[in-house]
Design a protein around this ligand. Structure first.
Ligand code: BG6
Length: 470
């Protein structure tokens, strides 16, 4: 049996299970190609999948997928990338595949195994890798979903941890590879102007929105047993919340950050089904693969509370949905109001300030403040906007960053066991007692009336900040 020693050294081999699949075609092959172009790829790549393809077919498929994503292919870079590829076809439950893999890897491989596979295969693959002594010093990255509730996530963790040390296991949440999500830690703690406002003394509410302007399309079979809560809230939005709400890490190590994320998630109360609204867009039932009487939510909005010194009493609102009016993901802090301004002719309270971090599209930061316009007897709203791409340059894409981190042995951008299990604990009451779904129209903002009842009057949901908006 392989040693459980984690491998910190830079890997010289990436074994990509599921290289012929959809995710590889749309995302990960392109990310690897882009790393090649940047000079950041320094390993060979062994693709593994069931299809009995030739290497040439795989290379052609990779080229076509990369081009279809809109990437302009540089032939020289692509040829360099293609030379790294080999392909093994076989059944992941069959020992022969691992014998072949062991031969291909040889004694000098420092390997990252990347599993872009259905989660039901994570356990069997990792166990086989262990039995064939391929895990010593290796790292294993697994795609989501990581479990479908708390019990199954624990079971999966136990199964994987029986053969792997936590340091060897990289749980992918691609939101953690998004540059504005990474930026949160720096923005919050490197800027006193933000740091000093970031607590219950100044913040009235936190809202996180993930809106998508497309429906479930061809993913009905995958999506219908899952729904919005499991698909994006339990993982992406709670990981973002952890970064928004955590205390400053004590050092630069992966666990310094992950300790703080785990700590703040531990302080989140289990969600209350009475503070949860579910929606389903009109037309969802006609999506191929969706049950005719499906009650799956394509929209979820909920309120959470963090019971700690920094956030006690500040409502946290999360909402996510498909087939909404826009595609936009943002974090919005509503600050408290100032006292009323007696020196204005119409004495009263000015609009509260807001701080908005836009994650997608076009990452940026907005401060909504107020000023007194010259001719006006009252206050006027004003915004201070910064675009990260314009000011800071074009960032790496999430999968480039994640794959690169896996190869160099940096686990910071991967979700640790405790935060995955804490997130399932938080949403579990909503899974156990889901309220009925409200049908909403495509292109709307979801079941708005029901959602408005979740929020307090002065922190009503705002239409998210869009890139073209001044
Ligand atoms: C995935 C979900 O994890 O994230 C999808 O399964 C969702 O349903 C996607 O569309 C959104 O990711 P991004 O990076 O496009 O915002």
């Amino acid at each position: 049996m392989a040693s459980k020693k984690p491998g910190k050294a830079t890997a010289n081999t990436l074994v990509d299970f599921g290289i012929t699949g959809d995710l590889a075609h749309k995302m990960t092959l392109r990310a690897l190609y882009r790393l090649e172009r940047r000079g950041l790829l320094d390993c060979r790549i062994i693709g593994v999948a069931a299809e009995s393809w030739t290497l040439d077919r795989l290379i052609e498929h990779a080229r076509e997928g990369i081009a279809a994503s809109g990437e302009k292919i540089d032939d020289e870079v692509f040829d360099r990338f293609a030379k790294r590829l080999t392909y093994i076809s076989g059944d992941v439950k069959d020992d022969k595949l691992y014998e072949q893999l062991a031969k291909e890897l040889g004694p000098k491989a420092r390997t990252v195994f990347y599993l872009q596979m259905p989660p039901s295969l994570f356990g069997p693959i990792v166990e086989k890798l262990g039995q064939h002594d391929l895990l010593g010093g290796a790292r294993v990255a697994v795609e989501k979903p990581f479990g479908h509730d708390l019990a199954s996530a624990r079971e999966l963790n136990d199964r994987l941890r029986a053969v792997l040390a936590e340091e060897q296991l990289l749980r992918v949440d691609h939101f953690l590879g998004k540059s504005p999500v990474i930026e949160l830690e720096y923005l919050r703690f490197a800027n006193l102007a933000l740091a000093e406002l970031w607590d219950r003394k100044s913040v009235a509410a936190i809202q996180i929105t993930m809106a998508e302007n497309f429906g479930v399309e061809d993913r009905g079979r995958f999506y219908d047993p899952v729904g919005a809560l499991r698909d994006v809230v339990q993982n992406h939005l709670l990981q973002v919340l952890a970064l928004v709400a955590m205390e400053p890490p004590a050092g630069a190590g992966a666990d310094d950050l992950r300790d703080k994320k785990g700590e703040v998630l531990r302080a989140v109360h289990p969600a209350d089904p009475k503070r949860y609204v579910r929606g389903q867009y009109h037309g969802y039932l006609d999506v191929p693969g969706v049950a005719a009487d499906s009650q799956t939510e394509t929209f979820a909005a909920l309120q959470l509370e963090i019971d700690n010194w920094r956030w006690s009493g500040v409502p946290i609102y999360l909402r996510a949905g498909k087939a909404l009016a826009e595609r936009v993901t943002e974090v919005r802090l509503h600050l408290k109001r100032t006292p009323s301004l007696a020196f204005l002719p119409k004495a009263g309270q000015a609009e509260a300030n807001q701080i908005v971090l836009r994650i997608d599209p076009e990452p940026g930061l907005r401060m909504a403040i107020t000023a007194k316009a010259d001719q006006s007897a009252d206050w006027s709203p004003l915004t201070l906007d910064a675009s990260f791409a314009r000011e800071l340059g074009e960032p790496l894409e999430p999968y480039e960053r994640l794959l690169h981190s896996a190869l160099i042995g940096d686990a910071q951008l991967y979700a640790r066991e405790d935060s995955v299990e804490e997130s399932w604990r938080i949403v579990q009451p909503l899974i156990d007692a889901p309220p009925p779904v409200h049908v909403y129209e495509r292109g709307s903002w979801g079941p708005v009336e029901a959602v408005e009842k979740l929020t307090r009057s002065h922190v009503k949901w705002h239409k998210p900040w869009m890139p073209d908006e001044v």
